[in-house]
Design a protein around this ligand. Structure first.
Ligand SMILES: Nc1nc2c(ncn2[C@@H]2O[C@H](COP(=O)(O)OP(=O)(O)OP(=O)(O)O)[C@@H](O)[C@H]2O)c(=O)[nH]1
Ligand SMILES: [Mg+2]
Length: 366
């Protein structure tokens, strides 16, 4: 290995060691949290189907906790009882019908997923429900479910009209088919946007990891975690190249790798994390740095080799985001390959993802 390569690896190892104990504490804290997610909505709208496709769980076979009634069931999703699911019709005040433990769960709701059956459109009862839930001040995601039953060319107009009827902002809604008819759709629709919305919503309370751990689709579960890390890295704005202060960015990336492992029910040692970081970032970095320079030249930012200070900042922030996103996606690929994926394959996942992030976050109209 070249001198520069060795120096780089040492720097990464030191930065990883520094970030390790902080990430240990943060991980433990995140896993100590409690989470309550409710699936509400009128009869047959698709609540059980949503739970099945998200968590890989047949809610009907989970025994409800005491205090639940047949119409409002509360169940523990994990053995430790930290994650509770509520499954209830949405009409009126659902708290009325339950007692003790179940009521405490309802009082601690973190997220409400309100499932509407597209077939037949929205009803006044649903509008009232949503008004009431919003007044209670909980985040509510509206799923316009069974979209497969609406003709493709009518969908857009239908969705716009239905959301207007319900008084729901399109940003608070996802179009879904949790259990589509096989002849109308090859598989569920809208599951990933639902996971992303909930994951990003839970980031503020630090409960995203607990939620992600319970999901069946681990790659999708990691997406909001990777996105949040990439955004934080972009804010930290440091460029992880040799010679530049690595501390802030490495702390975010070490935490990211450990979170991804946790979602997959795995535990990676400090050595392995340092290895992933130095391997991926060192090899991926050259391309990313080149990209930054090319972009700056193309934009006419480097007249005579001079770069204005503000522009360097803009590039480095964007690179920190892109490399962190690439790192997250490569880590998922590596873990899902049973830790077998080779360096070249990893690098190509890294490059592809970093590029996708750059395209997605590039300022428009330039
Ligand atoms: N076509 C279509 N059917 C769906 C979809 N989601 C659910 N269904 C069907 O709708 C029916 C009701 O789904 P459930 O998931 O049991 O709905 P629920 O809200 O739990 O119903 P209740 O508990 O009875 O209130 C089932 O036959 C599902 O297969 C969808 O996206 N498309
Ligand atoms: Mg049901």
């Amino acid at each position: 290995m070249s001198d520069e390569g060795e120096k780089w690896e040492l720097t990464v190892r030191e930065a990883t060691a520094t970030a390790w104990s902080k990430s240990e504490t943060e991980l433990a804290e995140a896993l100590r949290q409690r989470l309550v997610v409710a699936f509400l909505g009128s009869a047959s709208s698709g609540k059980d189907s949503a739970i099945r496709v998200l968590f890989g769980l047949d809610f009907g076979e989970v025994s409800p906790i005491p205090g639940s009634t047949s119409s409002i069931r509360v169940a523990e999703l994990d053995r430790e009882g930290q994650v509770l699911l509520v499954n209830a019709p949405g009409f009126g005040d659902v708290r009325r019908d339950v007692d003790s433990t179940a009521r405490r769960a309802l009082d601690a709701l973190d997220i409400i997923v309100y499932v509407v059956n597209c077939e037949g459109g929205a009803t006044a009862d649903e509008r009232n429900d949503l008004d009431q839930l919003r007044r209670a001040g909980r985040p509510v995601l509206v799923c316009l479910n069974k979209i497969d039953l609406i003709r493709t060319r009518e969908r857009e107009a239908f969705v716009t009209a239905t959301l207007a009827q319900l008084g729901v902002d399109p940003k608070e809604a996802v179009v879904t088919a949790f259990d589509p008819l096989p002849q109308l759709a090859p598989g569920p629709i809208g599951v990933e946007p639902v996971i992303n919305w909930i994951g990003l919503q839970l980031a503020a309370s630090g409960k995203t990891l607990l939620f992600a751990k319970q999901l069946r689709n681990k790659a999708a579960a990691c997406e909001p975690i990777i996105r949040a890390a990439a955004r934080n890295a972009a804010i930290a704005g440091a460029v992880p190249v040799p010679g530049v202060d690595l501390a802030a960015i490495t702390a975010i990336q070490v935490k990211l790798i450990r979170d991804i492992a946790t979602v997959h029910d795995q535990d990676l040692g400090q050595d392995v994390v340092a290895f992933i970081l130095s391997e991926l970032m060192a090899s991926g970095m050259r391309g990313v740095v080149r990209w930054g320079m090319e972009a700056a030249k193309a934009a006419g930012w480097m007249p005579g080799g001079q770069i204005a200070e503000g522009i360097i900042l803009a590039i480095s922030s964007s690179m920190a985001g892109a490399t962190t996103y690439g790192l997250g996606k490569a880590t998922v690929a590596w873990i899902q390959s049973g830790r077998k994926l080779g360096a070249d394959a990893l690098r190509s996942v890294f490059d592809g993802a970093a590029d996708a992030w750059k395209t997605e976050t590039a300022p428009r109209g330039r």
